[in-house]
Write a protein that binds this ligand. Structure first.
Ligand code: BTN
Length: 251
């Protein structure tokens, strides 16, 4: 038995594609692996697999995603719509923007940290891991994995300085099912925007909710003032330097 209630999630997602097919697990290795396997077996686009706990939760750059039971959300979405090379970097950015949209309902200072984190203040509350396969010049299907700290109040020492949760930010314990339905709807709306060719609108909204614009940042061996996002989704630093991937920090 999972700790999450199916009816409360599906009831709030009527008319949506994401979550129409929903698999709730008490414990798994990684929901990203589960969705990839389900995709190979012909699962429909919009399938969502949620786990109450993960034993091998995976973050970006091979990092571990802490996934204890009972408090937070770990889920993956199967997105079968393919993208071309120009749209590709915008998928992670669109998902991040969607997560931020939903989180902003609980914490007004929610922002996107390029390319795949959502912050409240300067602390991370969510991370996104998009994985895909390629077919010729199209990329997809995609597994969109999201980890969101909802009700956690105590973090491991190595996370304590940098992490937060919706509960810590809002002073309220939240119903995970409601948060999940809100986040899925918001992600779907942003990914739909990408498929509708509305990259300009995504760029405008991302820029207005981007963390650390105008501030000194470090990304791998680069340092400069964060200027914004280019049309291709690259991060732009002062002096015209363009960054395509890496882990962004404040200098
Ligand atoms: C990051 O910020 O490094 C990305 C974290 C992504 C974590 C989620 S939790 C659900 C899904 N399953 C995984 O193994 N990873 C993603």
């Amino acid at each position: 038995m999972t700790a999450l209630d199916r009816e409360s999630i599906t009831g709030a997602l009527i008319g949506r594609s994401y979550g129409r097919s929903l698999d709730l697990k008490e414990r798994t290795g990684s929901t990203n692996d589960d969705v990839r396997e389900a995709a190979g077996g012909g699962a429909p686009s919009g399938l969502v697999i949620v786990a109450d706990a993960q034993d091998r939760g995976r973050g970006a750059h091979g990092r571990v995603w802490s996934s204890p039971p009972g408090e937070d959300l770990y889920f993956s979405i199967l997105e079968r719509r393919t993208l071309d090379g120009a749209q590709l970097p915008w998928l992670t950015l669109a998902v991040g923007l969607g997560v931020r949209d939903a989180v902003s309902g609980y914490a007004s200072d929610a922002r996107c940290k390029w390319p795949n984190d959502v912050l409240i203040g300067d602390r991370k509350c969510a991370g996104i891991l998009v994985e895909s396969s390629s077919m010729g010049n199209r990329v997809g299907p995609f597994v969109i994995g999201v980890g969101l700290d909802v009700n956690r109040t105590v973090f491991a020492p190595e996370l304590a300085e940098a992490a937060t949760s919706l509960r810590l930010a809002s002073n309220h314990s939240l119903t995970r099912e409601t948060v999940l339905a809100n986040v899925l709807s918001a992600i779907e709306a942003r990914v739909d925007q990408l498929h509708a060719g509305q990259r300009d609108a995504l760029k405008r909204d991302l820029t207005s909710h981007l963390a650390w614009i105008g501030q000194q940042v470090l990304i791998d061996q680069h340092q400069g003032t964060l200027v914004g996002i280019d049309d291709d989704g690259a991060l732009r630093l002062s002096g015209g330097e363009r960054i395509l991937s890496g882990t962004l920090r404040r200098a």
